[in-house]
Design a protein. Structure first.
Length: 142
């Protein structure tokens, strides 16, 4: 079993210093991890092995994924979730380019987020590298 709480905490740690348009809840992070796991199964050609029923709570009440993800698969999930996180922030920033008030005009209001695209690109590149290192999936027979 894969502990979802551990993955959520790693995602929070990896994104802790990024400002967001609103405060994210535990549910928001949980959904990002769930979607990232689903993406892993799609990208690795294991769609028939995936089921939402694999997300359960253990005897301690912790959220777990009733499937043993290997360490490289966990890394792939975390990278996918981080990409999702930063794309959410980026989509909010896309609306902020400049604005005016009676007293002043502010341009380039999106500058604090100017490097988001670079961050997303670096994460996507790292995710590709992790995927190709998972040779058991990268070279699937036809």
């Amino acid at each position: 079993m894969t502990n979802i709480i551990d993955l959520i905490e790693e995602l929070k740690d990896a994104t802790a210093w990024q400002k967001t348009p609103f405060r994210l809840t535990g549910y928001d992070y949980t959904r990002m991890i769930h979607r990232a796991i689903k993406t892993l199964f799609i990208d690795t050609g294991r769609t028939f092995e995936y089921s939402d029923d694999l997300f359960i709570q253990d005897e301690n009440g912790d959220d777990v994924f009733n499937y043993d993800l290997k360490i490289d698969e966990e890394k792939y999930v975390l990278l996918t979730a981080q990409i999702s996180f930063f794309k959410k922030v980026q989509s909010d920033v896309n609306n902020i380019v400049s604005y005016s008030t009676d007293a002043l005009t502010v341009t380039s209001a999106d500058k604090p987020y100017a490097h988001l695209q670079d961050t997303i690109g670096e994460l996507e590149n790292e995710r590709r590298i992790v995927f190709y290192k998972m040779s058991r999936f990268a070279c699937l027979p036809n």
